[in-house]
Design a protein around this ligand. Structure first.
Ligand code: TRP
Length: 451
């Protein structure tokens, strides 16, 4: 084998640990908070179909490419891209892809943490039976009041950043592996309970129709680029996070089957969330295009009517916070790995420094929902713009460069050796998607967006 590099940060204890960590990073606010509301804003059916196509035809090959690059380089994404770039083509400038990813991760976490802060706040609101027996008007007003209260949001955002820094400071393995192993199944179980409620009490057929009957005229070009961006966002790919995790992956783990498992789990949870949210939306005459507040307004309506709603509501927001937590760690890992490896900063110091920077940036998102809500440009508020810039531009661009690198710059021997699936039909399929279909698809959507 050409490369027998070792990771400086240590290794995952097993293949399962890696699957759990990548699943933990993939399953997060993107699935439960973002997917339903952007599907709602973009008309449902057709959007969902485009999103699924992007996930399997573009997101999956990007994920495989990221893991294989990460494992071969075994460094932080910047250094890995530089090393492999020089090895495969004498071109170290590929390190810029890693830099782009680090920047994207920092920007994403700055708003991600604010939304996670909403989830934390809602644990306590549900726990205090704020919603029990209340009408949808009261529940909607509760959310609007929370948005208006920038001090409370700052506090919860700060709390979430502290939680994230705490785990990252200790190194990835310890807390994370254990937490994910236990919490992901719990989250799935609770979603299934909620699905039962939505099927019985909600407008389930209305929801099915909304989500799975493609109405093409409801889908704009903008909607397509949002679907593409979301495929990257929800799978955590395009920014080197999975690459960083791949650097700690044992040599004998299969990259293909691992990626497929993660993609299926992630997509399943997103669709399940939609099937929980939309029946409640339609049953209660709520607006599917309700925007970022959608789950914070619909689910409490369901919990308010449900037997044991205080319990289930509190549990739901606890699990949502955990799902966000395991994702936040992945968003920070590339930057933390870069600081520790290239700048010789200790892990705790790197985590703390990033916490301060990202926490500070997050203030812009907090204020986008109140003080600065009228300050709009390009895509809307500052939050809207950070979201669009990262999900719809930086991640697809990063993803395109990653598949181009794996498909065209790396030689066949390197990639087939690293994927470990020989050179048969499965390898050919990956190579075709990575060389042609995925880059062409991303380029096509970009070009359409511009013109
Ligand atoms: N996938 C995460 C979610 O759906 C968000 C995310 C985007 C992410 N990029 C990431 C998480 C990188 C970890 C690493 O909520």
């Amino acid at each position: 084998m050409a490369s027998k590099r070792e990771s400086i940060q240590g290794m995952w204890s097993s293949r399962l640990a890696f699957v759990l960590a990548v699943t933990g990073s993939a399953v997060g606010l993107g699935n439960i908070w973002k997917f339903p509301y952007i599907a709602g804003e973009n008309g449902g059916g057709a959007f969902v179909l485009v999103y699924l196509l992007c996930v399997f035809l573009i997101g999956l090959p990007v994920m495989m490419s990221e893991i294989l690059i990460g494992r071969r380089g075994r460094r932080n994404p910047v250094e890995t891209m530089r090393l492999l770039g020089e090895e495969e083509s004498g071109q170290g400038a590929w390190s810029l892809v890693g830099g782009l990813g680090i920047a994207a991760g920092i920007l994403i976490l700055s708003f991600y943490s604010v939304i996670a802060g909403w989830a934390l706040a809602y644990i306590f609101k549900s726990g205090a039976a704020t919603f029990a027996g209340e009408s949808k008007t009261v529940i909607e007003a509760t959310f609007d009041n929370h948005l208006a209260d920038w001090k409370a949001q700052l506090l919860w955002h700060g709390a979430f950043m502290v939680m994230t820094v705490f785990v990252v400071a200790q190194g990835v393995q310890k807390g994370l592996e254990r937490a994910v192993r236990f919490l992901m199944p719990a989250l799935l179980l609770l979603l299934l309970v909620l699905l039962g409620y939505a099927m019985k009490q909600g407008d389930f057929s209305g929801a099915l129709d909304f989500m799975f009957t493609p109405k093409w005229d409801a889908l704009s070009v903008d909607g397509v680029i949002i679907a593409l961006g979301h495929a990257f966002f929800t799978l955590s790919v395009g920014m080197g996070a999975v690459m960083a995790y791949g650097a700690y992956l044992p040599e004998d783990a299969s990259i293909g089957s691992t990626s497929i498992a993660v993609v299926l789990a992630d997509t399943g949870i997103a669709l399940l969330s939609g099937l929980v949210i939309f029946p409640i939306v339609f049953q209660n005459g709520l607006d599917p295009a309700g925007g970022p507040g959608l789950i914070f307004q619909t689910l409490p309506v369901a919990f308010a009517q449900m037997k044991g709603g205080v319990f289930f509501g509190t549990l739901f927001f606890i699990l949502l916070s955990f799902a966000a937590w395991t994702s936040a760690i992945g968003l920070i890992e590339p930057a933390a790995a870069w600081l520790t490896e290239q700048r010789k900063v200790s892990r705790p110091a790197a985590a703390a420094l990033l916490g301060v920077v990202i926490g500070g940036l997050g203030i812009l998102t907090v204020l986008s929902f109140n003080v600065l809500s009228d300050f709009t440009f390009a895509r809307g508020t500052i939050f809207d713009n950070i979201d669009f810039l990262t999900s719809s531009i930086m991640l697809p661009l990063g993803g395109m460069l990653i598949v181009l690198f794996a498909g065209w710059v790396m030689c066949r021997n390197s990639t087939s050796e690293e994927l470990g699936i020989g050179t048969g039909v499965r390898y050919q399929a990956w190579r075709f998607l990575s060389r042609f279909l995925a880059p062409a698809g991303i380029l096509y959507i970009f070009v359409k967006e511009v013109f």
